[in-house]
Design a protein around this ligand. Structure first.
Ligand code: G
Ligand code: G
Ligand code: MN
Ligand code: NA
Length: 253
C-alpha cells in the first residue's frame, strides 16, 4: 500500500523517465528502432527497478495512467528526434495486461498519435505470450490496433507456455526472442536448435525477428549466420537516456 501511494505521487511529481535501448539492423548496422523502458527515481529511496514497481502498478490499476504517460512520452521523444534531424526511428513500447483490458486503449493510442503528430508506422507495441486473454478478444483488439497503422511485436517469445496457433490469427509484425534462449547460445546445442527454428519459422511467416540480450560476439555471429533481422543487447548498448541517443547520431555526422 505504501508503494502504491508513492507511485501515485510519483506520477504527479514527474519522477518517472524513460530510457531507450537501440535495436540494430544486422544487415545495415543501423539503429532502426529503440525500446522505451520506464525508470523511477524516488526522491528519497533513489532508483527503483521496474520489475519491482511495474507489478505493483499492475495490481493497483496505476498501470493505466502510468502506461498512458509512458506511451505519450515515447511518441513525443521520437517526434523530437525527428525534428532534430535524426534518421527516422521506431519506438517500441511495452504494454501491460491491464492495458489490454482498458476499454479505451485503441482510442487512447489514436489520441496520442494525433497529439504527438507521430506517423503510426514509427510506433511498435509489445505484447507478451503470457498475457492471458481470450484468443478471440485478443485477435480483435490487435486488429483494431493495426488499423491505426502501428506495428505489433511479441515480446519474450518462446517463454509463455502458449500454443503457436496464435501466430496464424494475430496480426503481428515482429517476434522478440527472449534473452533466455540467447544467453548460452555459444555452447548450448538445444538453445541453438530452438533459435534456428524460431528464425526459420519467422521467415516463413514473414515476421521480423529481434534477438534480445546479446552480450557476446559469439552470440552475434550465430545470429548473423542465422539471418536474424535485429539485435538488442548490452553488446551494442544498454538502455540509455534520450540525449545519449541524439549524441550517438551527432557523432556519426
Ligand atoms: O529495463 P529492465 O530490464 O530493468 O525492465 C525490467 C522489466 O520491467 C522488463 O522486462 C519489462 O517487463 C518491465 N518494463 C520496463 N519498462 C516497462 C514499460 O515501460 N512498461 C511495462 N509495461 N513494463 C516495463
Ligand atoms: O521484458 P523486456 O524484454 O521488455 O525487458 C527488456 C529488458 O532486458 C530491459 O529492461 C533491459 O534492461 C534488459 N536487457 C536488455 N539487454 C540486455 C542484455 O544484453 N543483458 C541483460 N542481462 N539484460 C538486458
Ligand atoms: Mn520488451
Ligand atoms: Na523480452
Amino acid at each position: 500500500l505504501m508503494m502504491e501511494q508513492e507511485l501515485q505521487q510519483a506520477l504527479i511529481n514527474e519522477e518517472f523517465y524513460l530510457e531507450y535501448q537501440p535495436q540494430v539492423n544486422l544487415k545495415t548496422g543501423k539503429i532502426e528502432c529503440v525500446e522505451a523502458l520506464v525508470r523511477w527515481r524516488h526522491p528519497v529511496h533513489g532508483f527503483m527497478p521496474p520489475n519491482v514497481f511495474i507489478p505493483i502498478a499492475e495490481e493497483s490499476g496505476l498501470i493505466i495512467p502510468l502506461g498512458k504517460w509512458i506511451l505519450e512520452r515515447a511518441c513525443t521523444q521520437v517526434k523530437e528526434w525527428e525534428q532534430q534531424g535524426l534518421p527516422s526511428m521506431k519506438v517500441a513500447v511495452n504494454l501491460s495486461l491491464g492495458q489490454l483490458f482498458q476499454q479505451d486503449l485503441v482510442q487512447m493510442v489514436r489520441d496520442i498519435l494525433q497529439r504527438t503528430d507521430l506517423d503510426p508506422e514509427y510506433l511498435q507495441l509489445e505484447i507478451t505470450e503470457s498475457m492471458t486473454m481470450n484468443i478471440d478478444q485478443m485477435t480483435q483488439l490487435l486488429h483494431e490496433l493495426k488499423t491505426l497503422g502501428i506495428q505489433i511485436a511479441v515480446d519474450d517469445f518462446g517463454t509463455g507456455y502458449s500454443s503457436l496457433s496464435y501466430l496464424k490469427d494475430f496480426p503481428i509484425d515482429c517476434l522478440k526472442i527472449d534473452r533466455a534462449f540467447v544467453q548460452n547460445i555459444q555452447h548450448d546445442t538445444n538453445d541453438k536448435a530452438l533459435v534456428s527454428m524460431i528464425l526459420s519459422m519467422a521467415k516463413h511467416l514473414h515476421l521480423k525477428v529481434v534477438a534480445e540480450g546479446i552480450e557476446e560476439v559469439s552470440q552475434l555471429v550465430f545470429l548473423i549466420n542465422g539471418d536474424c533481422d535485429y539485435i538488442q543487447g548490452y553488446l551494442f548498448s544498454k538502455p540509455i537516456a534520450a540525449e545519449q541517443i541524439s549524441q550517438h547520431f551527432e557523432e556519426l555526422h
